[in-house]
Design a protein around this ligand. Structure first.
Ligand code: 13P
Ligand code: SF4
Length: 331
């Protein structure tokens, strides 16, 4: 049974869109393209989104690129096909725009691991410390930070802090450990992690590499230390993409969320990409369940109804804007 617009909105107010709220027999891709024009909207999408959503994006990229793109958006509405902290970041840096996200439940295990009340107590133990936070955190955590970073610019951000200063890094302990190694700086780490990147199996990666001796193993820095120790290249999603394009190898074992393989194959159709194995064969653990909450159906519905919208108080926007702006200035 098809729902009326009013019924869909009522449902939304109760629990958010579900795919079957979409009217039957509509061409979703054509409708989304129509809505983009009609509503003067742009779609920003992360590489971990479903392929069909990536194809509809006006801006497709990693967290840094998407934050930079959001800052420059002139259109009325930003449709964020990513997770909640990304949409929040877009709102904070371009607050006059309406920012919508297909599914408000698209969270992030890293952001969820760092609650403002606990984090405040944590940083209060180190007065005068520079608080560097990975962009994968809530607006409230950003508001408590000195500067934000992404995996693309984290080394640059930390290098910009004068030697000898105390640095707190949150919320990802794996990225934090990697950065301690890369920058030689001692940092106090918050104990958070990404469920997707922690699912990779070191033993199985080593065995797979033996079966594919010519393949290069590459990894995202949210992966655990022992996995990073055997990686031939470590980088953000855009870093990984650049590497596979520029490197001579024809085969790669890739330890990051599986959505990235779509863009890798698009850019390098002649090369082979093997997703790094996870501990448990029966789960799709190398897919981010939060990212994958966004579907083409929900994308259509959120554009049609312009909901759910990211709403933040002016005060929070002001406080969270400063550490993000500091990061954007560093590039
Ligand atoms: P990047 O795309 O910035 O590398 O981030 C990966 C990620 O986990 C986003 O949530
Ligand atoms: Fe968060 Fe990990 Fe999903 Fe990225 S992949 S959004 S860090 S849970």
């Amino acid at each position: 049974m098809e729902l009326t617009s009013e019924e869909v909105l009522n449902r939304l107010n109760q629990r958010g869109f579900i795919d079957k709220d979409v009217p039957k027999d509509i061409d979703l891709v054509a409708e989304i393209k129509r809505l983009k024009k009609e509503k003067n909207a742009v779609i920003l999408a992360h590489y971990y989104q479903e392929a069909e959503i990536q194809d509809l994006a006006d801006y497709l990229g990693d967290s840094l690129y998407l934050a930079q793109a959001a800052e420059k958006v002139a259109a009325e509405m930003i449709v964020f096909a990513g997770v909640h902290f990304m949409a929040e970041t877009a709102k904070i840096i371009n607050p006059s725009k309406k920012v919508i996200l297909p599914d408000l439940n698209a969270g992030c295990s890293l952001a969820d691991s760092c609650l403002p009340v606990d984090f405040k107590k944590f940083i209060d133990q180190y007065p005068g410390a520079h608080v560097v936070t990975y962009i994968n955190c809530s607006a409230e955590i950003k508001a408590l930070s000195t500067i934000v970073c992404t995996s693309s610019n984290a080394v640059r951000v930390i290098d910009a802090i004068p030697e000898g200063e105390t640095i707190i890094f949150a919320p990802d302990k794996n990225l934090g450990r990697y950065l301690i190694r890369e920058t030689g700086r001692d940092m106090i780490l918050w104990d958070g992690s990404c469920i997707v990147h922690e699912a990779f199996s070191f033993e199985r990666i080593v065995n797979l590499a033996k079966e594919h001796p010519k393949a290069k193993f590459i990894a995202h820095p949210e992966s655990e230390s022992q996995v990073l120790d055997v990686a031939e290249y470590i980088g953000s999603t855009s870093g990984l993409l650049k590497f596979v394009q520029e490197d001579d190898a024809q085969e790669f074992i890739v330890a990051t969320e599986a959505g990235i393989l779509y863009e890798m194959k698009k850019r390098c159709p002649e090369k082979t990409f093997i997703p790094a194995p996870v501990e448990d064969d029966t789960c799709a653990c190398n897919e981010c369940a939060f990212m994958k909450l966004n579907t083409l159906e929900k994308l259509y519905l959120c554009m049609e109804y312009e909901k759910p919208e990211i709403i933040l108080s002016e005060d929070l926007i002001k406080k969270a804007n400063l550490p993000i702006t500091r990061m954007l200035k560093l590039g």
